[in-house]
Write a protein that binds this ligand. Structure first.
Ligand SMILES: [Zn+2]
Ligand SMILES: [Zn+2]
Length: 106
């Protein structure tokens, strides 16, 4: 595993998930953005049909993480307060989604 896709720490700062990578790069992801980009088959299908993943009727007003778990070293499983928990976010994907100044400069 390369340093670029190895997470050293994952923290939640209010509505932002902060990932510090082994190469000291820091990525910040808004929770709504992460929820909308959920990688599970169900959400992928919704996106393909052009349907909104978040917000939608009947969900809590504010999106919150209710849990996060490492999945065998290759990714992060996120549990949401709309009871959705099937999405696993591979580290590689998260790193590719990084929109920090460094990553967006080129
Ligand atoms: Zn999903
Ligand atoms: Zn970056």
């Amino acid at each position: 595993m390369s340093l670029e896709t190895e997470a050293r720490s994952v923290d939640l700062e209010v509505d932002t998930l902060v990932v510090v990578w082994a190469d000291e790069h820091v990525s910040r992801f808004g929770l709504v953005e992460l929820r909308r980009r959920c990688t599970c088959a169900q959400c992928r299908e919704l996106r393909q049909r052009g349907e909104m993943i978040w917000p939608k009727p009947g969900v809590p007003e504010t999106l919150e993480l209710t849990g996060a778990e490492l999945v065998g070293g290759w990714g992060l499983s996120l549990r949401w307060n709309d009871r959705h928990e099937t999405g696993i976010y591979p580290w590689e994907t998260l790193r590719a989604w990084c929109r920090c100044e460094l990553c967006t400069r080129s």
